[in-house]
Design a binder for this molecule. Structure first.
Ligand code: C5P
Length: 471
């Protein structure tokens, strides 16, 4: 198959692609994969003269809806210390044109590049600069700056600011606000290519990404330093605006909806020290809960034992066994959608010993197993109080799609998200996932992508499906 790299595209195409990718919150490479997949599917459909509409719905929001996403939204812009700070002045204007209500924080380093006066003249508001400024603390205060907003944007986000964010520092106004907020954060990194490529920056970005921080850019190009070029230029103001629109649009997509997500493995005790378990890390389920919360849903995450932090803005119910998970899900109902991403143990030990089973020479204990309740199937088959959308997962090692199709029917759910969990796929416990979404009207295979991206796309589809059914 011919290979195509984004670098080979002409500048205009690259710019359009960047905008589109930012709007959808994807990398440029992922955006290219999505475009290719959609084009191939369309060509295939025409050839086969298929008349069934795609399901789940995949339409991006119309232009008007995107523009409206920003109207009357409160945005705190944090301007860090980099030459790209001058572009942030333009960013203020572009967001204001779209109806955003702006407040700006200028770091000490940021003030070396733009002045509080220039920023204040554009926003028509005072520019916040100092954590220990009595006037602003009495007036607004860092906690209100952190909370009374719909989104925080850090542009330019310097290597130092990223490190402080990743480490949870709060020694100036910008970092204190970023630490205190529970609102979405978008960062537009800008730095020298060597600093961008540094191991510490890579580590900090991975941490921020795991914490749910969204990233736009950086782009490749000339640096301010003479003769330097590479990856590190801050995204253009319109790209940042597109990313802001994407986040705010998503932020309202599931407003007023309740979503239950199960995640992680279950542990089925044998005695006080031994249990039956599986290799599920909970990464995919937790990412789905986080994405649903970011889309404005009221989310209950019922989680088995995992080594992951609780996602932001999610009510987490921690359980150990399948029976406890089933009870917690029943308590969390009713819901508009229920997504069962947990790898529930199929069986538990018939009896649990109250004391540790002792090793006895020449004697091997026999374990008798009992079937666990099938939580997904029970919820999907409810005759009253069934969520409008019930989604199961299918972790398969062979015949992934055929098995998923059969599972969808057997479990009575609306969609099955199927993936190949054979050891060579690296999916179990890894950060990437390749899924196939099986619904009543067909199978949609998504490109390999991060579990966060799978989660966001799935939640976009859930929002569209819930909307569609409402009409
Ligand atoms: O039958 P299998 O375990 O392959 O089905 C996987 C799907 O069913 C997942 O969505 C999983 O969360 C759900 N499940 C469940 N309760 C069980 C077993 C599986 O909810 N006891």
């Amino acid at each position: 198959m011919a290979s195509l790299t984004v670098r080979q595209l002409d500048e205009k195409l690259k710019k359009l692609l960047r905008l589109r990718a930012a709007r959808h919150g994807r990398s440029m490479e992922d955006e290219v994969r999505v475009i290719l997949r959609q084009a191939a599917e369309e060509a295939g459909r025409e050839a086969l003269d298929l008349i069934n509409p795609p399901n789940p719905p995949a339409q991006p929001a119309p232009r008007q809806a995107r523009a409206d996403a920003v109207v009357q939204k409160r945005v705190v812009l944090i301007i860090g210390g980099g030459i790209a700070a001058y572009k942030s002045l333009d960013l203020i204007r572009r967001l204001q044109e779209r109806g955003a209500r702006m407040r700006c924080i200028l770091t000490a380093a940021g003030q070396q590049f733009v002045t509080p006066l220039a920023v204040g003249a554009l926003t028509g508001q005072r520019t916040f600069t100092d954590l220990f400024d009595p006037q602003s603390e009495f007036d607004v205060g860092h906690i209100r700056l952190a909370r009374d907003t719909d989104l925080l944007v850090v542009a330019p986000a310097t290597a130092d600011l990223l490190a402080k964010m990743a480490g949870g520092h709060a020694d100036d106004l910008a970092t204190a606000v970023l630490l205190a907020t529970d609102r979405p954060i978008l960062i537009a990194p800008a730095m020298n290519p060597r600093m961008w490529a540094a191991k510490a920056t890579t580590r900090n970005l991975a941490q921020l990404s795991a914490d749910g921080v969204r990233i736009v850019g950086p782009n490749a190009g000339e640096m301010a330093e003479h003769g330097e070029a590479g990856l590190g230029r801050m995204a253009e103001p319109l790209e940042i605006v597109a990313a802001v629109e994407g986040i705010l649009r998503r932020g309202a997509a599931l407003a007023g909806k309740r979503v239950i997500v199960t995640s992680g493995p279950t542990h089925e005790p044998i005695d006080p020290v031994r249990y039956i378990a599986n290799r599920s890390s909970g990464k995919q389920g937790h990412a789905i809960a986080a994405a649903a919360a970011a889309a404005g849903a009221d989310v209950v995450l019922v989680s088995g034992p995992v080594a992951l932090p609780d996602p932001r803005g999610v009510a987490v119910v921690k359980v150990e066994t399948a029976q406890q998970m089933a009870e917690a899900v029943a308590t969390a109902l009713p819901a508009d959608a229920a997504i069962f991403a947990a790898a529930v143990a199929d069986w538990r030990s018939d009896s649990t010993s109250a004391s540790k089973i002792k090793k006895q020479p020449g004697h091997t204990p026999t374990l008798t197993l009992t079937e666990n309740p099938d939580i997904l199937s029970a919820v999907a088959h409810r005759t009253s109080g069934r969520p409008r959308l019930v989604i199961g997962f299918a972790a398969e090692t062979d015949n992934v799609i055929a098995n998923a199709r059969a599972k969808r029917i057997k479990k009575g759910c609306d969609w099955i998200v199927a993936n190949d969990v054979s050891a060579e796929s690296g999916i179990m416990g890894g950060d990437m996932n390749t899924v196939h979404v099986v619904s009543a009207s067909g199978v949609e295979s998504w490109p390999p992508q991060g579990k966060d991206e799978v989660a966001r796309t799935l939640i976009d589809r859930v929002a569209a499906a819930l909307d569609g059914r409402k009409e």
